[in-house]
Design a protein around this ligand. Structure first.
Ligand code: C5P
Length: 210
């Protein structure tokens, strides 16, 4: 049988990360959260006290990225890291530096699950199963706010919503691999779904595609 590659794309806090992780467990596949790569580059540039406007610095960090840089979960999942990620993700040189690693991950013999913004369009355009997972900005902001305040971060819901809308606009509007639903991806809107319902729907989409 052909390797099962599952491409999961969509905006922040749509549920794509959780769904991708659960699909990976269900099918016994390795999972790569590609947002972590961009987050690690963003944080790396901030730590080098470089400016996020400095494309050359961002490309250098991306080229030198090591697996250890993906370990600091608390830092990488912060709002600061998400914002920095979306800034450096607009640089074609950064995307090029991260491309081979992602392609190789997707090409593992048994298949893989990858989630991000451009998996179905750029990283694994031939993936048999593609999902584009969305929800309204308000619902996504509420989810992310709960998650971050739940672990003690201090942030106002209104700021969270503004962050999410700004990030959506930047990710969808950039020239290099913009966030867009692949033509052959199945749209899953999780606005009115809890995670169980959303996961069941995602699993059915994969079953129908494989
Ligand atoms: O998914 P996550 O919120 O972790 O992604 C952080 C940022 O990284 C996104 O806002 C986006 O700009 C960038 N990204 C990307 N392509 C991917 C994954 C993430 O441009 N495949």
């Amino acid at each position: 049988t052909a390797p099962l590659i599952i491409a999961v794309d969509g905006p922040a806090a749509s549920g794509k990360g959780t769904i991708a992780a659960r699909l990976a467990r269900t099918y016994g596949l390795p999972h790569l959260d590609t947002g972590l790569l961009y987050r690690a580059v963003g944080v790396g540039v901030l730590d080098a006290s470089g400016s996020l406007d400095d494309e050359a610095a961002a490309v250098a960090v991306a080229r030198a990225l090591k697996a250890e840089s993906l370990q600091d979960a608390d830092r990488l999942t912060s709002g600061e890291a998400g914002e920095a990620a979306s800034r450096v993700a607009g640089y074609p040189g950064v995307r090029a530096a991260l491309l081979e690693f992602q392609r190789a991950f997707a090409a593992q013999p048994g298949g893989a699950v990858l989630d991000g913004r451009d998996i179905g369009t750029v990283i694994a355009p031939d993936a048999p199963a593609k999902l584009f997972i969305t929800a309204t900005p308000e619902v996504r902001a509420r989810r992310r706010w709960k998650q971050l305040t739940g672990r003690g971060d201090v942030i106002a819901y209104e700021d969270m919503l503004a962050d999410i809308m700004r990030r959506d606009e930047r990710d969808a509007g950039r020239g290099a691999a913009p966030m867009v639903q692949a033509e052959d991806a199945v749209l899953l809107d999780t606005t009115d779904m809890d995670i169980e319902t959303a996961f069941d729907a995602a699993r059915r989409i994969v079953e129908a595609a494989r």
